[in-house]
Design a protein around this ligand. Structure first.
Ligand SMILES: Cc1cc2nc3c(=O)[nH]c(=O)nc-3n(C[C@H](O)[C@H](O)[C@H](O)COP(=O)(O)OP(=O)(O)OC[C@H]3O[C@@H](n4cnc5c(N)ncnc54)[C@H](O)[C@@H]3O)c2cc1C
Length: 371
């Protein structure tokens, strides 16, 4: 992700606080000012690398490593781990049996599982883990292809799985992104199928519905060019074919199933009723004349949630369920509260828990070791 101009320590995410652009930087700058005013020293680009233990094995701080290789030992009465989880670590994803494939990783850098590693090194128990998924996204999505991302992945058009059959009501994407991602990840592979008339209608008339980032209507003048990039790029996230036979071969689904699915789809479009999954009639689109396009759909993945267990004071629990002295955690590395489905219905639930748990950890660390 690009750095925000003039704000070198923050990465851009698509959140805006009222009256401000670049939401994340606004929040970080405000918190940084409070810390500096209170007399704190902030060490940037100095990641904690390990817990520091005394001779009896008790935690007495952390070791950290500066950009120039300097190793620091910070002695503290309490350590609060809040390193944001492990979405960018293939090794940790494997450890929790989470697939790294079929994900469009949307998180900012630095989520390598450092907090979990440090906590497990002193006997922390493993906690529930899930991934905040919204979707669907486009495999190997690049900003060059954003007209495809918005116009073609976030519609209720025809989706088929590896067997060439439908598996869900595609209009779920118009009401709940996170359930759409769950549905997609429940299959081995998923393709969204379009005919040329559909693409042409979007290229000239724009999207049918607005999303957070884009308004409906207006020409998408780059759409065909973006599709060609997808056809030719290394990810092969777009497949183009003149016939359905050629399309089935290229996306490796059984031809007979695909033809049957397309026929059913077209009949339901004519009848104005999805008799299989109850999709709203306005999201039924025919697949008639070629060329045809298939988009490889994946889940947009934002962060991992969970991995550690804490008590009500955000003290990290050990495998025998007691609190590990001097060790606390906050943020996404403990928030397994979503289970497998991110609570999209409650805006800010992820950040809200991070803010609450950070405060709770600090308050309890002060009470336990400083008062
Ligand atoms: C694109 C996007 C959109 C989102 N939208 C929403 C939303 O609309 N609503 C919502 O509630 N949530 C949203 N989230 C989720 C929310 O941003 C996260 O849940 C929250 O920021 C996690 O906070 P955290 O403090 O646990 O981790 P982070 O905010 O990731 O902070 C952890 C920090 O620790 C640093 N770090 C890592 N390792 C070390 C180390 N060894 N030493 C020192 N520092 C280290 C990391 O670099 C990072 O800066 C979104 C996330 C993304 C990526």
């Amino acid at each position: 992700m690009p750095e925000v101009e003039g704000q070198k320590d923050a990465y851009m995410v698509h959140h805006n606080f009222q009256g401000h652009d670049n939401g994340g930087t606004v929040a970080i700058n405000a918190m940084e000012k409070i810390l500096i005013d209170a007399g704190a020293t902030i060490y940037k680009e100095t990641p904690a690398v390990d817990l520091c233990l005394d001779e009896s094995g008790e935690i007495q701080g952390v070791y950290a490593c500066g950009a120039d290789g300097t190793v620091y030992q910070f002695n503290t009465p309490a350590v609060i781990l809040c390193t944001g989880g492990f979405l960018q670590s293939e090794e940790w994803m494997d450890y929790f049996h989470l697939s790294y494939d079929r994900r469009d990783i949307n998180s900012t850098p630095g989520h390598d599982g450092d907090g979990l590693r440090m906590a497990y090194s002193v006997g922390a128990a493993t906690g529930n883990v899930c991934i905040m998924m919204l979707g669907p996204g486009l495999w190997g999505f690049s900003r060059d292809q954003d007209q495809i991302e918005y116009a073609l992945t976030k519609t209720g058009a025809l989706w088929v799985n590896q067997d060439g059959v439908r598996f869900c009501n595609e209009d779920i994407v118009t009401t709940n992104y996170t359930l759409a991602a769950n549905a997609i990840m429940s299959q081995h592979e998923v393709w969204a199928i379009f005919d040329n008339a559909y693409i042409n209608a979007r290229a000239t008339g724009g999207m049918l519905e607005s999303t957070n980032d884009r308004k409906a209507g207006g020409a998408l003048e780059n759409l065909y060019a973006d599709l060609e990039k997808g056809v030719n790029d290394e990810y092969l996230n777009v497949v183009k074919a003149d016939t359905l036979e050629e399309l089935a071969e290229k996306i490796h689904v059984p031809l007979e199933s695909l033809l049957e699915t397309v026929q059913q789809n077209n009949e339901m479009y004519e009848a104005g009723e999805d008799t299989m999954f109850g999709k709203e009639p306005q999201y039924l689109y025919p697949v008639s004349e070629g060329p045809y396009y298939a988009l490889y759909l994946v889940s947009n993945s934002y962060c991992t949630m969970g991995g550690l267990q804490v008590d009500g004071g955000n003290r990290i629990r050990s495998t025998d369920y007691t609190a590990i002295p001097h060790l606390y955690a906050a943020g996404t590395e403990i928030s397994g509260l979503d289970g497998t489905t991110y609570g999209l219905i409650l805006p800010g639930s992820a950040m809200g828990y991070c803010i609450y748990s950070g405060r709770n950890a600090v308050q309890n660390a002060v009470k336990d070791w400083l008062e």
